[in-house]
Ligand binder design. Sequence first.
Ligand code: UDP
Length: 239
Amino acid sequence: SSSHHGWKRVLLKLSGEAFAGGDALGIDPAVVQHIAEAVAEVVREGVQVAVVCGGGNMFRGAQMSAQGMDRARSDYMGMLGTVINCLALQDFLEKLGLDTRVQTAITMGQVAEPYIPRRAIRHLEKGRVVIFGAGLGQPFFSTDTAAAQRALEIGADAVLKGTQVDGVYDADPKKNPDAFRFDRLEYGEVLQRGLKVMDATAISLCMDNGLPIVVFDLMGQGNIVRAVRGEKIGTLVSP
Ligand code: UDP
């Protein structure tokens, strides 16, 4: 029952923890290489790929503000961390011969373009991979919400959330061996049951605009390519 084939433009959301591989912090080059190779494969098949990088491997604003730091300031630190992941991914993609642009929601002209949606779309149409950094540029939001917003603004067909779990479960599969994995979900059920897909702001945005979300295990062999091709993988959240 996978009727979501034929995506021409996708928004790939990469969680920050994924970049760290087995470690808690930093960037594992093997992970970035894995992602870059998969993105190269689908871009060469003609799919337009935009990416939003998370930053959990660098810095999470909420954690630091729980230690007494001002929330907005620590969120800005979190947003800056996402840009480090973007630059790493950009480098690995370009080594594979792809054209790329990083666009950030916080202006930093020496390292990236500012976020200009119409220019991002032009890049995609030319086969360039556009990597969005610094989330939405606003404290109190998440990179998941940025992924939903960017996907909507650039007209992506779906948000593909690559993470460290192979889909959405009704309980934590690491703690509960009987946890049930959903193949399909509706937005309302995600919100009502508080399922860990994306935060409520991101889910609401997708729900209000009928934007499909695929949650899948980023590191599984061939998974990124399968997700982009719209093959049955992980959990599909859709109208
Ligand atoms: N962040 C923010 N506004 C945004 C996006 C991100 O303030 O629009 C901050 C926030 O502090 C967050 C951090 O950046 O904790 C890293 O992003 P996130 O936690 O979403 O990364 P992920 O969970 O994907 O690794």
